[in-house]
Write a protein that binds this ligand. Structure first.
Ligand code: C5P
Length: 280
């Protein structure tokens, strides 16, 4: 088992280097299978993205893949943007070598769960806002094909408000939580995607986008119908959580442009591009 331990160590190192990971949780045996990432407009939902979604079309760039694969070609400029956010500032060749090693350990192509209704993949993106408390959104969240949670957001004890299912968990390593034995790594967020979200969607405001906002934008790339829950600061302008009071009143929205993010989510909802549930 020494080999196994070494592999596990390498695996952890790579994850820390890559900064953002998405963890997919295999659901119950009732799953019907997995299909390739949605690539083009084959939407069969009641309402699909169209030219009427002006704000979406002004900002969405489908050519930028949300998740890294063995074939993603990252430019040095994109790498540099991402590198400045890291404490560990290795050069581009080191990064590329690391990616090559990474894709020898994990699947080189991300795969997503099959939608319940053919051609209409619905997703719930669940942020960690205190506005979920007492919202009773649980059944609505669990009803979607894919439920994406963020960082430490718990479900146990909060099912009525936040649901019980988790398909993917997107987390920064430092905000990571211990996941159960049925959890498998499926995707690593593309640094070029982070840069695109910061520049295109947020007009370069703040230091970098929040994990929740990046997750919401990636959902626009991979889902046909997006339901957003748990986004929004408290009355003090702080990103307090539904499971505990805010520890530091000074944190507000940290290095993230909370106001711009909320305004963008609101705009998407105004144009009926997404369903936005504002909670309590
Ligand atoms: O605090 P944490 O980063 O784990 O929360 C996950 C995401 O939920 C944030 O990245 C942010 O996008 C969103 N959030 C929010 N309002 C809050 C708390 C979190 O919009 N009050």
């Amino acid at each position: 088992c020494a080999d196994g331990k070494r592999m596990w160590f390498q695996f952890k190192m790579l994850i820390v280097l890559l900064a953002v990971t998405t963890i997919g949780v295999f659901l119950t045996a009732s799953n019907t299978g997995w299909i390739e990432l949605k690539m083009s407009g084959s939407c069969w939902c009641e309402k699909c993205f169209s030219e009427e979604n002006v704000f979406l079309n002004q900002h969405l760039n489908r050519s930028i893949e949300p998740f890294l694969s063995a074939t993603t070609s990252l430019t040095e400029d994109e790498y540099d943007w991402w590198r400045h956010l890291q404490s560990n500032r290795h050069n581009f060749s080191y990064f590329k070598e690391t990616i090559d090693k990474l894709f020898k350990i994990i699947s080189p192509t991300p795969v997503l769960e099959k939608p319940k209704t053919e051609g209409c993949r619905t997703c719930a993106v669940v942020g960690n806002s205190v506005n979920l408390k007492g919202s009773h959104y649980g059944p609505l969240i669990d009803f979607q094909d894919i439920v994406i949670r963020i960082n430490r957001g718990p479900t146990k004890g909060f099912e009525e408000d936040v649901g019980a299912r988790t398909t993917h968990r997107v987390m920064y390593p430092e905000s990571g939580s211990i996941l159960d034995n049925s959890t498998h790594l499926v995707m690593v967020l593309n640094p070029a995607f982070m840069k695109y979200v910061h520049q295109k969607w947020l007009g370069k405001k703040g230091k970098y986008p929040s994990t929740g906002f990046m997750t919401l934008i990636s959902a626009l790339h991979i889902c046909d119908e997006v339901h957003a829950f748990g986004f929004g600061a408290d009355s003090n302008g702080s990103w307090s959580h539904y499971w505990q009071p805010m520890k530091s009143k000074k944190f507000k929205t940290g290095p993230h442009p909370g106001k711009q993010e909320y305004a963008a989510i609101d705009k998407l909802a105004d144009e009926n591009t997404i369903y936005f549930y504002k909670g309590n």
